[in-house]
Write a protein that binds this ligand. Structure first.
Ligand SMILES: *Cc1c(COP(=O)(O)O)cnc(C)c1O
Length: 416
């Protein structure tokens, strides 16, 4: 029950949602003046090609051939119908997942790491800094910079640095340098906001260095649309017209945006975000301008936020711990175009284990959130005796998250 696109059917352009949003987007604001930021304000951090993509009014943006060459290492990714999960649930729903776990880093993140490294290299920048939480983004960027012979320095949230030694080994194997964050306070468990501050401070302090962000920003969601664009063609191969609902887990919003945005203009398709109850940005945050980092160095973005000084509870195992959310995703939720649901982590691990025992694949804890939402959708369809086509982003595998499964299997995971 796998649907494969031939290599020559890989998308050659990304889909840009900005010109087709239900309501025009509010601009990011300069942290000092609170005026809309211009390209020059962002130039110390990003190459001009990415800044243009951040603000682009074009619906289609060509993918450079040098990027396609590297994406081809694992793309197009399979679309899989989860028939054994369907049978276990006894649902009339048809469940399809886009398997982004087959990438080198084991998640969707290399889809944007590769073009981000490429555009920096093209502008003559040979060193990138970044933050990483669970370690997925740091590994993806370390892989991508290795492809273009660049340096990569990763500021890793200290709690993860201590709990997840294998992610660090993977980053170092690809040539990345990894340090625990916050660097100034060795007793602090860290947060994504603090690690972003460390990485941005490093990049603005050196002329040979730029910064790369793995989620949230418009250009990141743009690059991730290869997921949804391929899925559209593959659903056709599977004999489906359109999905009834498209689901993704949401940390900063990039894999969700990647699978959902290409369906955004079709009003028949429901869009659904799944997030953790311990970091409930879309379901309990407020929509306002807030900083992307804790130190207030980044532009202010219009988004749902829990506050830039939010530090997630350290009991939370499964990523998705950012205080804010992508402005695009936030705007879709605010406009009522996208729904959001939050789950305590015990429920997400139950769903992940059910998927592992039926489909065989071991989900990243983040993917446990989307699986919870997908299983609930399939059970609701059963209740209503309704055919429902569910498409979701299987954002990553959990082979480097086995300690969290060990906690769950042995009743040590706190269900919050
Ligand atoms: C980083 C990551 C996420 C969360 O980030 P988004 O930008 O919301 O996609 C989800 N799943 C996996 C596997 C990740 O690595």
């Amino acid at each position: 029950m796998q649907f494969h696109l031939p290599a020559d059917k890989m998308p050659t352009a990304w889909y840009n949602a900005l010109p087709e949003m239900p309501e025009p987007m509010q601009p990011p604001l300069h942290p000092g003046t609170r005026e809309p930021v211009g390209p020059d304000d962002l130039a110390p951090l990003f190459p001009m090609a990415l800044i243009q993509q951040e603000m682009s009014g074009d619906i289609w943006v060509d993918i450079p051939g040098e990027v396609i060459d590297i994406l081809r290492l694992w793309r197009p990714t399979p679309l899989v119908r989860a028939t054994r999960l369907e049978q276990a649930l006894g649902t009339p729903a048809r469940i399809y997942f886009k398997d982004e776990s087959v990438s080198p880093a084991g998640s969707h993140k290399p889809n944007t790491a590769v073009p981000q490294a490429f555009y920096n290299k093209q502008e003559g920048v040979n060193r990138l800094t970044t933050e990483t939480g669970a370690g997925q983004w740091g590994t993806a960027l370390s892989f991508a910079t290795a492809q273009y012979d660049m340096e990569c320095k990763v500021y890793m949230v200290r709690a993860s640095y201590n709990q997840k030694p294998y992610r660090k080994i993977l980053m170092e194997t690809w040539g990345g340098e990894v340090v625990p964050s916050p660097i100034a306070d060795p007793d602090h468990p860290g947060s994504l906001g603090l690690a972003i501050s460390d990485a941005v401070a490093d990049a603005v302090g050196r002329t040979d260095t730029h910064y790369a962000l793995g989620s949230v920003l418009n250009h990141v969601l743009l690059h991730q649309t290869v997921i949804g664009l391929e899925a559209k063609d593959q659903l056709e191969l599977a004999g489906e017209r359109t999905p009834d609902v498209v689901v993704g887990c949401c940390g900063g919003g990039s894999n969700l945006g990647g699978i959902a945005l290409p369906f955004m203009t079709d009003p028949k398709v429901r869009l659904l975000a799944a997030e953790p109850a311990s970091c409930p940005t879309l379901t309990e945050g407020t929509f306002e301008y807030d900083f992307g980092d804790s130190a207030g160095m980044t532009p202010l973005m219009p988004m749902y936020t829990l506050g830039a000084d939010f530090v997630p509870p350290s009991i939370h195992a499964g990523g998705l711990r950012y205080h804010g959310d992508s402005p695009i995703i936030s705007a879709l939720v605010k406009a009522g175009r996208m729904e959001a649901v939050a789950y305590p982590q015990g429920k997400t691990f139950e769903a992940a284990v059910q998927f592992a025992r039926t489909e065989g694949k071991l989900p990243a804890p983040e993917a446990g959130h989307v699986l919870r939402a997908v299983i609930d959708e399939a059970l609701a369809a059963k209740e209503l005796d309704e055919e429902r086509v569910i498409l979701f982003s299987y954002c990553g595998h959990g082979f480097l998250d086995l300690a969290a499964y060990d906690d769950f299997n042995n009743g040590r995971l706190i269900d919050a």
